[in-house]
Design a protein around this ligand. Structure first.
Ligand SMILES: [Mn+2]
Length: 361
């Protein structure tokens, strides 16, 4: 999700002259020149036949997989031969991302390199999102973290974190550019999928530099229409039926969040089983829920295991949901965040409710 903070290139009425637009992520003022240089040195510090491990977050989304695979393909162009890309947990790549270029580099967590000299981590704001792979941080590897979450907890030998970036792929492109890797259609497809998924198909973009990057990606010959159809507009029949049930049980609570309103719903693993669907299909359901006019805050509570729930929060601007999520052990952005909840869905909502008051804008 896009950052809720005002970007340096955001339009601020009455403020003139405006700062020049960043030409690309490589010019991002949020990342210090010394950090870019350290990341370049980290990549150049290993040989092409050394093991390189790329990792993205548990339950990977389009930005996690797209930025990781796009960068992996860039390393391949530089001659690296022993690349492996992975994520923690069940090796279940969401259907829309199975055809991403570079997918052949994906391996299950158990096949990740045990002790590689270089590890690159994508879209991971906290070590808890690395699951069983977090132990790799304790070895001798040089660890480069690329991220765009304001809640980034600070790990790795080098961290390239730009909270103003629309997606981790913006940071990945900045590093590829500094490594001298030209964009080609395969790399561009990965980075474009990442950019479109994290910006809600560019709905949440605050900076013209995002569209400038998109233009350069499209110029490689990729097809935005085909990518959008595959990524957003294709789903199994069962997923549509499941959505009907989950949306049908939504609750509107106009008095929540100091009268700003809360709309919420939930889905269980039994719902998924009944319709023969995988958990990722539930991720799209936050979008129709957040569209409810009568509520500032939208919440979808998704069962992970009995009594444990992945909770997605969105705000239209009236509540800092990043602070709400952080208070409950999670994180994210001001308008889009998440955490792991416990008990029943009603228990989870009862935990959230007082925090919505506390962090109302
Ligand atoms: Mn992201």
């Amino acid at each position: 999700m896009t950052s809720g903070s005002v970007t340096r290139s955001g339009v601020e009425p009455g403020r003139a002259p405006r700062a020049p637009e960043p030409r690309s992520a490589a010019d991002s003022p949020a990342i210090a020149e010394a950090d870019w240089a350290a990341a370049v040195a980290a990549v150049r510090g290993v040989g092409p036949d050394d093991e390189v491990q790329l990792i993205c977050h548990v339950n990977p989304d389009g930005d996690a997989l797209g930025s990781m695979l796009g960068f992996a393909l860039g390393l391949r162009r530089l001659g690296f031969t022993r690349l492996r890309a992975t994520f923690p947990g069940e090796f279940d790549v969401p259907e829309p991302y199975r055809q991403l270029p570079g997918s052949e580099l994906l391996v299950p967590e158990a096949q990740a390199w045990a002790d590689p000299p270089l590890i690159l981590i994508f879209d991971v704001a906290a070590e808890s999102r690395l699951g069983g792979l977090a132990d790799r941080l304790d070895g001798d590897a040089c660890v480069v973290a690329l991220d765009h979450h304001a809640s980034f907890t600070g790990f790795g030998t080098v961290s390239l974190v730009d909270p103003t970036a629309a997606a981790t792929s913006v940071v990945a492109e900045g590093l590829l550019s500094r490594l001298g890797v030209p964009l080609d259609a395969e790399i561009a497809e990965c980075l474009y999928v990442a950019l479109t998924t994290d910006t809600g198909s560019f709905k949440f973009v605050r900076s013209p530099s995002v569209h400038e990057l998109a233009a350069r990606l499209i110029a490689t010959g990729i097809s935005p229409a085909e990518i959008a159809r595959r990524t957003f507009d294709t789903r199994p029949f069962g997923a549509m039926k499941l959505a009907g049930e989950v949306l049908g049980r939504a609750t509107l609570d106009p008095s929540a969040a100091g009268g700003r309103g809360l709309v919420w719903t939930w889905a269980t693993t039994a719902d998924l089983e009944r319709h023969g669907q995988r958990p990722y299909v539930l991720d799209a359901l936050i979008d129709p829920v957040r569209g409810v006019a009568e509520a500032d805050v939208a919440v979808v509570v998704k069962e992970l295991t009995p009594g444990e729930w992945a909770v997605s929060l969105r705000s239209k601007g009236g509540v800092n949901v990043s602070a709400v999520a952080a208070a409950l052990g999670g994180g994210g952005h001001r308008l889009a965040a998440g955490f792991t909840g416990h008990g029943t869905p009603e228990d989870v909502i009862a935990q959230i409710r007082p925090l919505l008051e506390a962090y109302a804008a």
